[in-house]
Ligand binder design. Structure first.
Ligand SMILES: Nc1ncnc2c1ncn2[C@@H]1O[C@H](COP(=O)(O)OP(=O)(O)OP(=O)(O)O)[C@@H](O)[C@H]1O
Ligand SMILES: [Mg+2]
Length: 231
């Protein structure tokens, strides 16, 4: 579904992603894990068309998308839940959700689905989004991405800043999305949760993929255990 090959990305003159290759197949949940500053956000922003200073190939559903405008990539079915959530604080929850609409005829069905995943958003439907708790804002950001019924959902560290209870809730909702057949690329620093949820993973350090494998392989890798799992 998504295939990235030999991706190099720059911020101004500084290269931060080097020869990066990864792929995500239909129905898979794949995680990209790595420490602060490793290049996770830069990688997915480039995939989503938000950083043009890049070379290599990115294909989505068989079509080359590197350098295409972000809206075209979104219309093809790739939705990114950004690291900073980027909700509109002075707009009600419901209107924030509607901003993510892809096909207007599916609005009712999508809203119902999102409210079943995150019942708190239905309770808070008319509340200003800026007054939601951090965890609720994350749910709103995920909900808004789901309003387009994406073929691939990319989430940039959805658990950051959340209490353990809310982290559990967000991961359970991702598990449900996976069961429903949504394809997911998840960026995380919460390696334990990410590997428990996903089928496969890639480890990125200093802009390079340094390891890849099934979640089981990565979980049992002594270096991963030492560096990320606190063994
Ligand atoms: N707009 C920018 N201009 C210059 N350098 C940038 C810019 N954005 C990111 N960088 C640099 O690129 C590198 C990778 O950053 P990136 O945000 O992709 O990392 P990350 O893996 O998402 O980290 P985190 O887990 O902290 O979100 C870092 O060294 C960062 O300082
Ligand atoms: Mg980041």
């Amino acid at each position: 579904m998504l295939s990235v090959s030999c991706l190099n990305v720059f911020h101004s003159n500084l290269q931060v992603v080097w020869d990066l290759s990864l792929h995500v197949e239909q129905g898979e949940l794949v995680t990209l894990i790595g420490p602060n500053g490793a290049g996770k956000t830069t990688t997915v922003e480039t995939i989503a068309g938000l950083n043009k200073n890049a070379s290599g190939t990115v294909t989505f559903l068989g079509e080359s998308i590197l350098g295409k405008p972000p809206y075209d990539i979104f219309r093809k079915g790739l939705a990114l839940v950004p690291e900073k959530r980027e909700i509109f604080p002075k707009m009600p929850v419901m209107e924030n959700l509607l901003l993510g609409t892809g096909d207007p005829s599916a609005t009712e069905k999508n809203l119902k689905h999102i409210y079943s995943l995150f019942p708190i958003l239905l309770e808070r439907e008319h509340q200003m989004a800026g007054t939601l708790s951090g965890g609720e804002q994350q749910m709103l950001a995920i909900g808004r991405a789901l309003m387009s019924n994406p073929k691939l959902l990319i989430l940039d560290e959805p658990s950051t800043g959340l209490s353990p209870l809310l982290v559990g809730q967000v991961f359970r909702s991702l598990e449900q999305l996976g069961r429903e057949g949504t394809t997911v690329l998840l960026l995380e620093q919460n390696v334990r949760h990410a590997l428990a949820l996903c089928h496969r993973g890639y480890v990125i350090e200093n802009g390079r993929i340094v390891k890849e494998g099934t979640s089981k392989e990565l979980m049992h890798d002594p270096e991963i255990q030492r560096a990320y799992l606190g063994f």
